[in-house]
Design a protein around this ligand. Structure first.
Ligand SMILES: Nc1ncnc2c1ncn2[C@@H]1O[C@H](COP(=O)(O)OP(=O)(O)O)[C@@H](O)[C@H]1O
Ligand code: SF4
Ligand SMILES: [Mg+2]
Length: 492
């Protein structure tokens, strides 16, 4: 059902991906940095969608892919298209994914019809598919503002010419109209007429960023993509710029995509916020819900790092352990599992997470029981087969059955330790095909999807995934999955 009171959707990003190819050592093996990996969201006219996350999580790449300043690897960006067509596109996408997910016989003909219908829309509207000429039209609707106001203005050009540039390029305004507009803009951002006849080096960082903003809005775009617009500026200047942005937005009903790694700035500016982790959206919700009732374990950890002004409120800080995995070699399952405090057995543990842990387990100083086992020469892991192999030192005397029994007991003991959940992802320990080897098999990893857990609150975490719990055989009713999170206490 369409709700006509709601503001219309101005931007719809669908399955957007940007993979950077890495020069591989071996020519055939292509390696990719999955900087943006299947991102989906809508933005309503007049709202600000904040995008937050640690450095390297893909915020800038997402912004640039939306702007089409870099060519996305896959996916669609629909900007300011008729509402009926947008709903039709989304209905087609839903049907296609429903059919694709069906088990058993799928209706191939139906699927190809739907796909070809969708393709027509994509060719007509999606910024990732349309011609360069049509793309230019969209530049009038969407403009970027980047972090560094120093490199954004040509040092050899007078300010009046820099501001005039997009109007000259993208509109058919007359020179007089352009001049008038430049003057009214410069007043609006709190500078004066004589500033038009100066060069960029005569301005402070904050003033330059105001000029960059004036230039971006000179053609009256409907949407601004602001990538860390105040991160390069002093804190005292930041607030000024943020206020100007708010005022400009109000007077023009502009829509913002506001990218920042600063949680407090994001909170101040955004109506809704998306939290990114390793190229994916971990959580997306209205700002207040996100800051006061966040659901994703990563968001909780991120937020716990914000200092609280009141000294008598005590909150435990969740320390994010381990490094952010490389997006060129992301973990299996949930990308966050290696750092997640409440990770479960299905969350993505794979052989690469086990090598070091098994070595520790087999350390006789840690586990006395190890002394009754033979020595192990090697622990080999096979990520593709989802197995590890223990190689028993040559010349050892042992009884295979006893060794396996001993290993199982050790694994069970480790699984019961705090932070030992990865051991519960071990499903089998069996003799290998080669003599002197033992194979450890691991559980198949589940991959969380971004799902609407409460109205307008999207989370990508298995804790909130009804299907996951059903598969685990732990649920009978369709109760609010967010209740499940209470089963897993977190530090805050
Ligand atoms: N041109 C590029 N070539 C290869 N990798 C890139 C390129 N641009 C960004 N990346 C990688 O993509 C990931 C996301 O980067 P970026 O979008 O800049 O993140 P953020 O803005 O959140 O800090 C990082 O791992 C970064 O190294
Ligand atoms: S799916 Fe949820 S619980 Fe599992 S590792 Fe990811 S964030 Fe943690
Ligand atoms: Mg960035």
């Amino acid at each position: 059902m369409m709700n006509y009171d709601e503001p219309r959707t101005i931007l719809y990003v669908s399955h957007l991906k940007k993979y950077f190819e890495l020069a591989g050592l071996v020519r055939k093996s292509k390696n990719f940095v999955k900087a943006v990996d299947d991102i989906n969201f809508e933005v309503k006219e007049g709202e600000t969608l904040g995008i937050v996350g640690e450095t390297g999580c893909g915020k800038t790449t997402l912004g640039r892919a939306i702007l089409n300043l870099i060519e996305p690897t896959d996916g669609d960006v629909y900007l300011d298209i008729p509402e009926e067509d947008l709903r039709e596109i989304q209905a087609l996408e839903r049907k296609i994914s429903q059919i694709s997910e069906e088990t058993g016989e799928i209706d191939k003909q139906e699927l190809s019809h739907l796909k070809s219908d969708l393709h027509q829309f994509r060719k007509k509207y999606s910024l990732t598919e349309i011609s360069t000429r049509k793309l230019k039209e969209y530049r009038k609707i969407m403009q970027p503002v980047f972090q560094d106001p120093f490199s954004s203005l040509d040092p050899r050009k007078l300010i009046k010419d820099s501001i005039a540039e997009p109007m000259k390029l993208l509109t058919d305004m007359t020179p007089e109209q352009i001049q008038d507009k430049a003057l009214s803009l410069i007043m609006e951002i709190g500078l004066s007429e004589d500033h038009l006849y100066r060069f960029p080096h005569e301005f402070s960082g904050g003033q330059r960023q105001r000029l960059v903003i004036a230039r971006a809005i000179s053609i009256e775009p409907k949407l601004l993509v602001l990538d860390e617009p105040t991160s390069a500026l002093d804190v005292s200047v930041q607030a000024q710029i943020l206020n100007i942005l708010k005022e400009l937005q109000k007077s023009r009903n502009m829509t913002y995509i506001f990218i920042s790694h600063h949680l407090s700035v994001i909170r101040m500016m955004s109506d809704r916020v998306g939290v990114m982790y390793l190229g994916k959206m971990a959580e997306l919700a209205e700002t207040e819900a996100l800051f006061t009732d966040m659901l994703h374990p990563y968001t909780k950890a991120l937020m716990s790092a914000i200092p609280i002004p009141e000294p008598n409120i005590k909150r435990e800080r969740i320390v994010l352990e381990g490094e952010i995995p490389s997006p060129a070699n992301p973990p299996k399952g949930c990308y966050f599992h290696s750092r997640c405090q409440v990770a479960m057995r299905n969350c993505g543990w794979s052989p690469r997470d086990m090598g070091e842990s098994l070595r520790l387990m087999l350390d006789p100083y840690r586990n006395q029981e190890v002394q009754s086992l033979p020595n192990f020469a090697e622990i080999l892991s096979d990520e593709r087969e989802n197995t590890l192999e223990l190689v028993i030192e040559e010349g050892s005397k042992y009884d295979m059955e006893e060794v396996i029994r001993g290993l199982k007991a050790l694994v069970e003991k480790e699984a019961a330790r705090p932070k030992g959940v990865r051991f519960s992802a071990i499903t089998e320990i069996v003799p290998g095909d080669d003599p002197n080897t033992i194979v450890i098999k691991m559980l198949e990893q589940s991959v969380p999807q971004l799902k609407e857990v409460r109205k307008g609150h999207f989370v990508s975490c298995l804790i909130y995934d009804y299907n996951y719990w059903e598969k685990e055989g732990k649920t009978g009713s369709g109760e609010d999955m967010s209740e499940r999170s209470k089963v897993y206490p977190t530090a805050n």
